[in-house]
Ligand binder design. Structure first.
Ligand code: DC
Length: 276
């Protein structure tokens, strides 16, 4: 399939498209695009139905890939087109990092960090993310928070503490989940797994543009260095490293717009459905 042949949208592919712009609520679901925790606010074990990711009953598309590959924007676009919910799993790691930083928890204290992750008082609403009632959607996008999130994400205790919380996002009519291990660990039974890549130069340039638009000065060399470091840490950690699932479809978005990438994924999904 030639994904670069047609130009459908001129919008570039910033990472984490949920921030700033309105979040795309699922059609017909009447809820937020990021559903809250289940009734009772359980953060413990997932229900039996979602022990395996629960994908047999509710369809899931996973979109994994490195930082700034455009996963967030694309996940929201696919979710909007299908009328599904969306899980931005990176936001949970970023929220853990922000909360840990604010509580003065050292980045190597796995037990305390897991407690922070398990006890996050977070609420997702269209376009907004609240931590303990405070809107932190922009704050968690800071590069320092992202770098700290990547360090904490290497700790198995932190990952375990966030697993049930991520699976709790699975609700009818469907879920688009973006992150690093959505297809390998969190939703291994997903009906479609996309591994979204883009060369590091394209990703650093996207990130630079995005920061500039927010009036934040950014140096391309620094961004490239940080991105390479983060890629290496995410890909080389022992637990749930950034890697395509064996049954993932790889998609290179280096020269695609957000709209083209969304369309490419929708095409793959619809073809797969037609062939079932
Ligand atoms: O996708 P992001 O840049 O917002 O994620 C921030 C960090 O969180 C990323 O560097 C690695 C970590 N992360 C992870 O380990 N697993 C996920 N499913 C999502 C994010």
């Amino acid at each position: 399939m030639n994904h670069s042949a047609t130009d459908m949208s001129s919008s570039p592919l910033p990472e984490g498209g949920s921030r700033g712009e309105p979040t795309l609520a699922p059609r017909g679901a009447g809820g937020t695009a990021h559903p809250p925790l289940p009734e009772g606010g359980s953060r413990g074990e997932p229900t039996p139905a979602v022990k395996d990711g629960g994908c047999a009953a509710v369809p899931v598309i996973t979109i994994d890939g490195p930082t700034a590959s455009g996963k967030g924007t694309v996940a929201h676009g696919v979710a909007e087109a299908l009328g599904w919910h969306v899980l931005d799993s990176g936001a949970l790691y970023r929220l853990t990092a922000l909360a840990a930083r604010e509580q003065g928890v050292p980045a190597d204290d796995a037990a305390r960090l897991a407690a922070v992750a398990g006890g996050l008082d977070v609420r997702f609403e269209p376009g907004c993310i609240y931590l303990c009632g405070r809107e932190v959607g922009e704050l968690i996008r800071q590069e320092e928070v992202g770098n700290l999130a990547s360090r904490l994400a290497a700790l198995p205790e932190v990952r375990a503490a966030l697993l049930a919380r991520q699976r709790a996002f699975l609700r009818p009519p469907g879920l688009v989940a973006d992150g690093r291990d959505m297809g390998t660990v969190v939703f291994p039974e997903a009906g479609l797994k996309i591994f979204l890549v883009a060369d590091v130069g394209a990703r650093a340039e996207r990130r630079r543009k995005q920061l500039m638009e927010k009036g934040i000065p950014a140096n391309l060399e620094d961004l490239l260095r940080d991105m390479r470091e983060r890629d290496a840490r995410d890909a080389n950690r022992k637990v749930a490293p950034l890697a395509p699932a064996a049954d993932a479809r790889q998609l290179d978005s280096s020269s695609l717009t957000a709209g083209q990438t969304v369309q490419a994924i929708l095409n793959i999904w619809r073809q797969a459905q037609a062939g079932r």
